[in-house]
Design a protein around this ligand. Structure first.
Ligand code: PMP
Length: 295
């Protein structure tokens, strides 16, 4: 479970017991999905407990609010400090942190009259497991960028993600892969997609996806490791002809894909660029030196 009788959360600046905390049932967020959230990981490193890319996550929380007109009256630095305190109070080392900004009671479809910020945390393993995944192409497409602010992490967007994930699991797959409304590859319900072809990586360009912080980290790692990488509009056929592929996200980290729509990738995962990046990413988040051969 996500909390027990001891768990402490941060609610509107106060550290309080999760069990004793209340919210109202007239919130715009509950009724309309009009709220924003983040997902951050903390790792137990040789240098102590460390939030990975905390600044980037809280900056995105701020940007998500701005994009959908939710007031954001917090300091990113303060939120980071408060999050470390929350982990300390709960005695968490490896944890997943969920900040959410939700709106006060307002049944009309207008801008919020007030907001609350809640930050909670729990201990969580690899979101999609450690095994290679079998994906289906979802019958759902990602929301059209002219119907919402697709680069914001908005609560209501996750109805689309839940529908796609449920459909995939119902059909016996591990995870879904969603196309955009023009039929180009987009992303997973909670992760971004990369595929390898002829020792080069490809990933769907921004515009129809949530541009992940892990995705940005993969770009940084590729630059350091001199792995060629390209963003573009790709079709399902491009992916099915790829050598290898992976999903990435804060919760999932980097996870290899075995097959898409029953088509298995030919390259052994252990020999793929994805596997190399997975190893380097794992070392990076726990602040361990990487000694990997790139030949
Ligand atoms: N796409 C979607 C739809 C997501 O929900 C997530 C998870 N936040 C991602 C991509 C990956 O983003 P990040 O790497 O910032 O966690």
């Amino acid at each position: 479970m996500y909390f027990n009788e001891q768990t402490i959360i941060l609610l509107n600046g106060n550290f309080v017991k999760a069990e004793e905390s209340k919210t109202d049932l007239y919130s715009q967020t509950l009724h309309y999905g009009y709220g924003v959230f983040e997902g951050i990981r903390a790792y137990n490193t040789p240098n102590g407990v460390r939030l990975f890319k905390a600044k980037e996550h809280y900056e995105r929380l701020k940007k998500s609010c701005e994009l959908i007109n939710i007031p954001f009256d917090y300091s990113v630095d303060d939120l980071i400090k408060q999050t470390y305190k929350l982990l300390e109070i709960n005695n968490f080392e490896d944890a997943y942190i969920r900040p959410i900004i939700f709106c006060s009671p307002n049944m009309s479809l207008t801008m919020p009259v007030g907001v609350s910020l809640m930050i909670c945390a729990w201990q969580w393993g690899a979101y999609l497991g450690d095994n290679l995944l079998n994906l289906c192409i979802s019958s759902y497409c990602r929301p059209h960028p002219r119907s919402t602010k697709i680069e914001a992490k908005v609560c209501g967007h996750y109805v689309n993600s839940i529908l796609a994930t449920s459909e995939a699991k119902f059909k016996g797959f591990d995870e879904a892969l969603l196309l955009d409304s023009d039929g180009f590859l987009a992303e997973g319900p909670g992760s971004n997609l990369f595929f390898e072809k002829n020792e080069k990586l490809h990933t769907p360009k921004k515009g129809n996806i949530l541009p992940g912080i892990t995705r940005a980290t993969v770009f940084e790692l590729c630059q350091k490791l001199e792995i060629p990488i390209e963003e573009g509009d790709y079709l399902t056929e491009d992916l099915l002809k790829a050598d290898s592929a992976f999903l990435c996200g804060t919760a999932a980290e980097i996870v290899g894909i075995n097959s898409v729509a029953y088509k298995t990738f030919p390259l052994n995962w252990e020999k793929s660029l994805g596997k190399k990046l997975q190893t380097v990413y794992k070392n990076l988040v726990v602040e361990r030196e990487t000694s990997i051969s790139w030949n």
